[in-house]
Ligand binder design. Structure first.
Ligand SMILES: [Zn+2]
Length: 64
């Protein structure tokens, strides 16, 4: 899976592969992030930035 988004941004918009729920995920999450709806893993902590397990569909810009 290619990740063309700028994952240095604080929050990514991630879509759950299981239930298609969309929720913001901190790109540098230090703990496992789970889907709010079905509990599927959306992100795992990695070195420096989180490893996104769901589908990154956008970036949430915090400016503004
Ligand atoms: Zn889900």
């Amino acid at each position: 899976m290619e990740e063309n988004y700028d994952t240095t941004s604080a929050f990514l918009k991630v879509k759950c592969n299981d239930c298609e729920n969309e929720q913001p995920v901190f790109s540098k999450a230090a703990s496992e992030v789970k889907c709010n709806i079905c509990g599927a893993t959306l992100a795992m902590p990695g070195s420096g930035k989180a490893s996104i397990k769901g589908q990154v569909i956008g970036v949430l810009d915090q400016d503004g």
